[in-house]
Design a binder for this molecule. Structure first.
Ligand code: MEV
Length: 437
């Protein structure tokens, strides 16, 4: 076990790597060359990446894949997806093509309100606090002018501030609960800066105008944004669901709908069901430089909004018509943050034809719906492993250092054979033996 280290962040990148090698690796040479092998030879580009976070030692690659043929509100999109899971991009592309042939996806932004809170303790009378809040509310907003003027010029800003009495949940606990419109910015910095200014003004004014003590605990945006909502849907006559994998569309629609109903009532299934949607959502969020942890946290909270964790997607069968839709909260940005810094994020934004945050909300919701459709369609027809293992085949071949020629032969072989880890290893062994002999 190495000794604790102080001042690690002040070491140079090479010194940090040497410290790691000295303390954790037996074969220092190969560990060093692995880490440095992923450095970009363009020093400017490398230093850009180094500076995204602290203590960067190298780059961690994820594949950036492309799912074409997404028809959303009659506009065709080619969707970038950054993800490591083998079958996700293939499933998204397949679902996009399926719905392209059936009218495409419809998407709609329902609301775009973001939330931030100043959490504080107060030991006095609520009525006095409320009266005080009413008198300082305008000043809370006007003291933020320096922060809000650009956003206001573009049509956004602070929407409202409310005082909330939370003292029945927690002794002496109150909040300033504020709502914001941040347009094409995700808005975290904007909101947090406003909140910190609210706290300063609130506390400052309270010193002379309020009996009782105010203690600011913290100021932070909320990643739960139930009023920053987007909906995406697909629909078609049941008969039109007929396709290569769907021979009996009525039976398919019924089984599919029952699978959604199961995810609605059964949290164990709902989590996996929603994970399937998040495969698509996170991949686009990452490719477009947005904060997937914020989105994950907010979306799952929304899935539990009625007191029980449930499906994010819904299905109806009415008058021989099949409809499938998703409704999720998404606080996204298409300006600021990584979106203007990371060269591949800029590339992805251009690929999506420079979307506004509202456009991106719709694209991401559609990616989630498509992914969930693909997963539930496989689960209720062929089973998930067929497609999954076909895609996983390449990973198994790579783990076994298969050559290009071996890969080509075995991909062909497994078009008609069941892929399992051992079957692939056995086929590779057999192939190598035939070649050796
Ligand atoms: C795997 O990444 C995602 C699925 O488990 C989703 C689902 O079960 O619906 C296939």
């Amino acid at each position: 076990m190495p000794n604790a280290i102080s001042g690690f962040s002040k070491l140079s990148k090479s010194e940090k790597i040497e410290w790691l090698l000295d303390n954790y690796f037996e074969d220092k040479k190969s560990a060093r060359s692995l880490v440095t092998q992923y450095w970009n030879s363009d020093e400017k580009l490398q230093s850009l990446h180094d500076e995204f976070i602290e203590n960067t030692i190298t780059n961690y690659y994820l594949p950036l894949g492309i799912a074409p043929n997404f028809l959303i509100n009659n506009k065709l999109y080619t969707v970038p997806m950054a993800i490591e899971e083998s079958s996700v991009v293939a499933a998204a592309s397949k679902a996009a093509k399926f719905w392209l042939e059936r009218g495409g996806f419809k998407a709609e932004v329902i609301s775009t309100e973001k939330i931030g809170q100043v959490h504080f303790n107060y030991d006095g009378d609520f009525e006095a606090l409320y009266q005080f809040f009413e008198t300082v509310k305008t000043k809370l907003i006007s003291d933020c002018k320096g922060i809000t003027k650009n956003m206001e010029r573009r049509g956004g800003g602070i929407i409202n501030i409310e005082l909330k009495d939370k003292s029945t949940d927690l002794k002496d606990y109150y909040q300033l609960h504020a709502t914001f419109e941040t347009l094409d910015a995700m808005g975290a910095n904007f909101i947090n800066s406003c909140l910190e200014q609210f706290a300063k003004t609130f506390k400052g004014e309270a010193e002379t105008k309020l009996e009782g003590n105010i203690d600011i605990i913290m100021c932070i945006l909320s990643n739960y944004v139930p009023n920053c909502l987007v909906k995406a849907e697909v629909s078609c006559p049941i008969a039109d669901l007929k396709s290569k994998d769907i021979s009996d569309p009525k039976l398919f629609a019924e089984k599919f709908s029952q699978a959604i109903n199961i995810a609605k009532v059964e949290p164990y299934r709902a989590v996996t069901h929603n994970k399937g949607a998040m495969n698509g959502i996170d991949a686009v969020i990452l490719a477009t430089g947005n904060d997937f942890r914020a989105v994950e946290a907010g979306v799952h909270a929304y899935a539990a909004k009625d007191g029980k964790y449930s499906s994010l997607t819904h299905c109806s069968i009415e008058n021989d018509n099949f409809k499938f839709w998703i409704e999720i909260p998404l606080a996204l940005g298409t300006v600021g943050g990584l979106t203007s810094l990371h060269p591949l994020v800029k590339f992805c934004m251009e690929l999506l034809e420079k979307p506004t945050s509202r456009d991106l909300m719709q694209i991401v919701a559609v990616a989630g719906l498509a992914q969930n459709f693909g997963a539930v369609k496989s689960l209720t027809t062929t089973g998930i492993q067929q497609g999954h293992m076909k895609m996983h085949l390449m990973n198994i071949l790579n783990q076994n250092q298969a050559t290009k020629a071996e890969k080509a032969t075995l991909v062909e072989h497994f078009k008609t054979n069941v892929v399992t880890h051992s079957a692939v290893e056995e086929a590779l062994r057999d192939l190598r033996m035939t070649i050796d002999n």
